[in-house]
Write a protein that binds this ligand. Structure first.
Ligand SMILES: Cc1cc2nc3c(=O)[nH]c(=O)nc-3n(C[C@H](O)[C@H](O)[C@H](O)COP(=O)(O)O)c2cc1C
Length: 340
């Protein structure tokens, strides 16, 4: 059984682009897109990680002992904790991975399943980039969520038909991918989506729809107007707009505005169980974690993913214990301090 440190060393050896830094904070890979970094100056990625450090936890121990319950209900599927792997596609181009895409995807999906979590899967410019995650989704519909790119509507519907045939728990769309450099370079048509477009997509999906890439209350309202069942407060890991706000900075405002009208998920810079706890305290229902999960898949396959997932769950439960939270609903705003 490998240790997390051994998996990290192996990940470093298995990637020619990503440097597997001690802290995955976007500094070394500023502007490396395609690559693992943030767009332009890379400040979006850097800010996501840095601002999370400005949230601290309030310890509360003078109480009776009780077993904490970290389980989370994801549209009818119980997860061990409100933690999911974010969709990350094309590990060859982005990381210089020596592990091929199918092996990586299987490691991610089966590793999350082993730990009682769930993985979002990405989509790409060509047929193969859609088929590889779709095949895994067909095998693990309860433990994976397909994230379709905002293609032109005809193509969205064609891809959704195939996803629907897998009996999905939910379908996601990364609407912010309308700004992706790689797709632009490949000349593949992605498009901004209106409320009317999203309404048609939701109607066609006929399962919970998750809109990924919401950073303002205006876009949260648009997603709700379209009937979205969930949003992901996300700036795509800082990869679509340079100098954008960090996700933790806008999370509380957006969750208060949404006020339980749909689920609120968040991603961008989350690395530990404590980071996840901070997001829940600021109103998120669950957190997606991107780059570290892909590192673990590339370095340690299914075992590496399950190892990291297990560590996240334990860290999160420890935060619950030490802040006096027995269930997720006990994690409230007064459990954290925000210094921004
Ligand atoms: C190399 C790479 C590839 C990505 N591919 C996708 C994708 O295919 N679909 C998608 O919705 N998001 C994609 N993302 C964004 C992630 O899902 C997520 O929003 C972001 O990575 C979260 O930040 P973190 O990596 O700091 O945790 C990608 C991110 C990276 C770094």
């Amino acid at each position: 059984m490998a240790t997390l440190e051994e998996v990290k060393i192996s990940a470093k050896n298995n990637m020619s682009i990503c440097k597997m830094c001690k802290s995955c904070n976007g500094e070394t890979c500023r502007g490396w897109t395609p690559g693992p970094g943030g767009k332009g100056s890379g400040s979006g990625f850097v800010r996501n990680v840095a601002k999370l450090k400005q949230v601290t936890l309030n310890m509360r121990v003078l109480r009776e002992d009780a077993e904490v319950n970290s389980t989370f209900d994801f549209f009818g599927k119980e997860l061990a904790a409100p933690i999911m792997a974010a969709p990350i596609a094309n590990v060859k181009i982005n990381y210089g991975s020596s592990v091929d895409e199918i092996t990586y995807l299987n490691a991610l999906g089966y590793g999350c399943k082993q730990a009682g979590l769930l993985a979002f899967l990405g989509d790409g410019a060509n047929r193969e980039a859609f088929e590889m995650p779709l095949n895994l989704h067909r095998e693990l519909p309860d433990y994976t969520v397909m994230t379709i790119k905002p293609w032109l509507l005809e193509q969205v519907f064609a891809k959704m038909s195939e996803v629907k045939a897998c009996s999905p728990k939910a379908i996601a769309m990364d609407v912010d991918a309308a700004g992706l450099i790689l797709l632009k370079q490949m000349g593949v048509p992605v498009a901004y989506k209106t409320v009317e477009d999203l309404k048609m997509i939701k109607e066609f999906a006929n399962v919970p729809l998750i809109v990924k890439g919401v950073m303002t209350i205006e876009d949260a309202q648009a997603a709700i107007d379209a009937g979205a069942d969930g949003i992901v407060v996300s700036n795509h890991g800082g990869r679509v707009l340079d100098d954008c706000a960090s996700t933790i900075e806008v999370l509380e405002k957006i969750s208060l505005f949404v006020n339980k009208r749909c689920q609120v998920f968040v991603d961008g810079g989350f690395r530990s169980g404590a980071d996840v706890f901070k997001a829940i305290a600021l109103g998120a229902d669950a957190v997606l974690i991107g780059r570290p999960f892909s590192h673990m898949a590339i370095g340690g396959l299914q075992e590496g993913v399950a190892l990291y997932a297990g560590k996240l769950i334990e860290e999160f439960k420890e935060c619950m214990r030490m802040t006096g939270c027995i269930t997720l609903s006990d994690i409230r705003r007064n459990c954290v301090n925000v210094d921004f």
